[in-house]
Design a protein around this ligand. Structure first.
Ligand code: 6PG
Length: 216
């Protein structure tokens, strides 16, 4: 049994793009994820809904590199999504430092949609297995060394801030994630697998068949 609604589809990026476009139309707040998996979803979302003027855009984590660096999560989303929109989001909150982001989040309530990838080690955002950052409950934002490649310092939302979401949406593809998917979505909550510790008011996972292979 799992508290996550699992959706196994041949093209999860497209389904994710449809969900992003729907939220852009509805308005509210969207938290984007980094990594490589969501790039195509961002590109399709910009095609499906080129007017994002009703949403505030945030990030769940960032690598501490300049915004135009190829490792930047902001840079990836800018190229794949923001630069392709006809009408820009109501606001775009790039993670620049822990302090700046914490200030930006003051008074911000429940996010409407938090998009998350999943690392093969089970990490989400930049919250890595068994790192002390998993125990931080008194702040929205933390700085952390990387627990997975690329090994650059990171900024991440904390678990309480990520959980404060109407919907948490995991987008995960590939056989190398199958074990982490089973542990994060259908296993016991554990610091060994940070993905098992994040649930929103609703939680959905968009998976391709390879990533879903160990779900039983
Ligand atoms: C990051 C992330 C991270 C990512 C996973 C999956 O900045 O690295 O936001 O949590 O979502 O590592 O990344 P891939 O999609 O590249 O496998």
């Amino acid at each position: 049994m799992t508290d996550v609604l699992i959706d196994v589809v041949e093209d999860p990026a497209r389904v994710c793009a449809e969900r992003l476009a729907e939220q852009a139309r509805a308005g509210g707040s969207i938290v984007l994820t980094g990594g490589s998996t969501p790039k195509v979803a961002y590109e399709i979302a910009a095609e499906l809904e080129p007017d994002w003027s009703r949403v505030d855009v945030w990030w769940g984590d960032e690598r501490c590199v300049p915004p135009n660096d190829e490792l930047s999560n902001y840079g990836m989303a800018k190229q794949a999504l923001l630069d392709r929109l006809a009408v820009a989001p109501r606001s775009v909150h790039r993670m620049e430092s822990v302090e700046q982001y914490a200030r930006a989040l003051e008074g911000v309530g429940t996010f409407d949609l938090v998009l998350l990838g999943l690392g093969p080690d089970g990490h989400i955002a930049s919250l890595f297995p068994n790192f002390p950052t998993l125990d931080v409950t008194d702040r929205d934002v933390v700085g952390t060394p990387a627990g997975h490649e690329p090994y650059v310092d990171r900024i991440s939302l904390t678990l309480p801030r990520l959980r404060n979401a109407r919907e948490v949406l995991f987008l995960v593809t590939g056989a190398d994630k199958a074990d982490a998917v089973a542990r994060a979505l259908a296993g016991e909550a554990s610091h060994d697998t940070p993905g098992s510790l994040v649930r929103g008011e609703t939680t959905t996972a968009l998976l391709d068949p390879a990533a879903a292979a160990n779900l039983g």
